[in-house]
Design a binder for this molecule. Structure first.
Ligand code: LHQ
Length: 270
């Protein structure tokens, strides 16, 4: 399962935890179209594989991801007289949106282990994961405004929901570097921890989630996202629908039986 170290994306597996490592360290893992496609395909493969119960996304080298590779011919502004600007929205339509949607609808939890700077779409991708762990040496940068763009890859949706409108505007307008510890303090991410502990802690958290009823975890993510768009009564009804569905699933039966029988549950559904 582990690919060669020259691969743009390194895939590895420990038990039921699949780790996807962005691997363009010389460019701080900036996204090329090839890397975007490989990441989406790797998420798709994990979604289809019953042996995967949690996914970790991290970066090789000193960065998590510096966002879109700005030297990519598809988005490079005219450099010579006579060249015409490209429609960079195509890149979003064809690469980022499918990736963001795939990530947000994974049937298993996804952890971002942010090992270094996460800028632009790199930050959006990390924040789109279910739990974000970051090394204290890492930082988050809403780099978009600095190059005349809006947050993308889900950034405009995620930021105000995570930290509220005022903080979202501060981060998005100023584009300043937000250190991991501050990101944790304001609730943008789950936790910041010493750099040397990140990989092991991410793996331990992933193994813990992998042993949980992952169908319920995916439904919880969906319910929380839905609830932000629903009125109270509709949210109550949505919860009831989800409980009905989950109540027929084997994990609820196993979890409740295990509680009543005073034993550790063994969750297997997906
Ligand atoms: C890079 C990049 C990079 C290429 C560092 N590209 N090489 C979606 C669709 C359509 C259009 C556009 O955008 C989007 C979404 C987006 O993501 S827009 C936002 C794109 N990202 C940025 O604007 C961030 C640009 N990078 C930076 O500001 C800095 O590199 C940060 C603050 C991330 C890190 O700074 P340093 O730690 O000082 O590292 P560095 O700047 O020296 O970078 C190291 C190398 O990585 C360097 O290459 P070199 O050959 O000189 O060593 C950089 O050129 C390269 N690199 N980001 N996005």
């Amino acid at each position: 399962m582990t690919a060669t170290s020259e691969a743009l994306l390194i895939t590895s597996q420990e038990g039921a935890v699949r780790t996807l490592t962005l691997n363009r360290p010389a460019a701080l893992n900036a996204f090329t179209t090839a890397l975007l496609v490989q990441l989406r395909e790797a998420l798709e493969a994990a979604a289809q594989d019953a042996g995967v119960r949690c996914v970790v996304i991290t970066g090789a080298g000193r960065g998590f991801s510096a966002g879109q590779d700005l030297s990519d011919a598809l988005i490079k502004p005219p450099m010579e007289p006579g060249e015409v600007p490209k429609d960079i929205g195509h890149l979003l339509d064809n690469y980022y949106i499918p990736l963001a949607l795939r990530l947000r609808s994974m049937p298993v939890p996804v952890i971002a282990a942010v090992n270094g700077v996460a800028a632009g779409a790199g930050a959006s991708l990390a924040l789109g994961c279910d739990l974000v762990l970051a090394a204290e040496g890492a930082s988050f940068i809403q780099a978009f405004s600095k190059i005349g763009l809006v947050p993308d890859c889900g950034g405009t949706w995620l930021l105000p929901r995570l930290v509220g409108r005022a903080k979202a505007l501060e981060l998005a307008l100023l584009g300043d570097k937000l250190p991991a510890a501050e990101a944790a303090r304001i609730g943008l991410i789950y936790r910041a921890l010493p750099d040397a502990e990140l990989a092991a802690e991410a793996q331990a958290l992933a193994q813990k989630l992998a042993a949980m009823p992952v169908k319920a975890i995916a439904a919880t993510r969906q319910a929380l996202d839905d609830a932000l768009l629903l009125d109270f009564e509709s949210a109550l009804k949505n919860e009831a629908l989800l409980q009905s569905r989950l109540g027929f699933a084997v994990d609820y039966q196993e979890g409740t039986r295990a509680f009543l029988e005073k034993r550790k549950p063994n969750f297997s559904d997906r």
